[in-house]
Design a binder for this molecule. Structure first.
Ligand code: NAD
Length: 249
């Protein structure tokens, strides 16, 4: 049978074409889930969900806004009655040198990438506790592990490292409720987040330094999210899965 048959999955940051979130929404739907896309724009989210199929939904939700997270979660429960899977995927990046990070940039990068994970999880966890069932997957990054990345500045590394700590703390606390919490740490994935920021020559150079000799694409990450969302990973919690082509070997 299908890996996510009858499951309800909420995915943040999933309305952008070519993005990891939308690829994940498509893959989850293919495996039988009812999918709810949350993103900054209601119309874009609704259209992205409708393009997958009529049983899916897309709602506005700025993950930095706690009330918005609560409201979106209420809409999901009103529509589908449960939430089995949460993918905390929304994120933004910004290149920067450490001495140049101003307070506003620090707040913006930390807010979307880290605070957003807290707020959306806080909104969804009570329902998962009621069900005594849930899987939460969180988006970190190789930037957290390497202390810097190709595209993200030190504030991005700090935020994504914070996600690892937050996710492990949630995994520890929520294990007794049969709620699993895991992270993915992708390397360089070709999506709009990096569009126009690297030349073809730079991409080729990066690819040649990666054991699998290529950059990643959104489906590479979606596959790991699928594993973490499904009962294939029923005994996996607090884990961090690298999706980087071997970049850290
Ligand atoms: P993307 O820009 O296509 O996707 C990010 C999505 O998040 C967009 O749909 C955007 O509208 C949404 N978003 C931004 N701020 C939001 C907010 N406040 N509330 C709700 N939604 C918001 O880029 P992507 O590469 O698919 O990124 C997805 C995630 O993967 C991000 O967390 C990113 O940091 C992370 N990541 C990406 C890479 C990469 O190389 N592309 C590597 C490691 C980690």
């Amino acid at each position: 049978s299908l890996l996510l048959d009858g499951k309800v999955a909420v995915i943040s940051g999933a309305a952008t074409p070519r993005g990891i979130g939308l690829a994940t929404a498509n893959l989850f739907a293919k495996h039988g889930a009812k999918v709810v896309i949350l993103d900054l724009d209601e119309k874009a989210a609704a259209e992205a969900a409708a393009a997958i199929g009529p049983q899916h939904r897309g709602y506005v939700c700025n993950v930095v806004d706690k009330d918005a997270c609560l409201k979106a979660t209420e809409r999901v429960i009103a529509e589908f009655g449960r939430i089995d899977i949460l993918v905390n995927n929304a994120g933004i990046t910004q290149p920067a040198k450490v001495v140049d990070i101003d307070p506003e940039s620090w707040d913006r990068i930390l807010d979307v990438n880290l605070r957003g994970v807290l707020y959306l999880s806080q909104a969804v966890i009570p329902q998962m506790k009621k069900q005594h069932y849930g899987s939460i997957a969180c988006m970190s990054s190789v930037s957290a592990q390497r202390g810097g990345g190709i595209l993200g500045g030190p504030h991005y590394s700090a935020a994504k490292a914070g996600v690892l700590g937050l996710a492990k703390a949630m995994a520890r606390e929520l294990g007794p409720d049969n709620i699993r919490v895991n992270c993915v740490t992708p390397g360089l994935i070709q999506t709009d987040i990096s569009k126009g920021k690297l030349t073809d020559a730079q991409k080729a150079e990066i690819a040649s330094s990666i054991p699998l000799n290529r950059l990643g694409d959104a489906n590479d990450v979606a596959g790991c999210y699928l594993f973490l969302a499904s009962d294939l990973s029923a005994y996996v919690t607090g884990a961090v899965i690298d999706v980087n082509g071997g970049m850290l070997i």
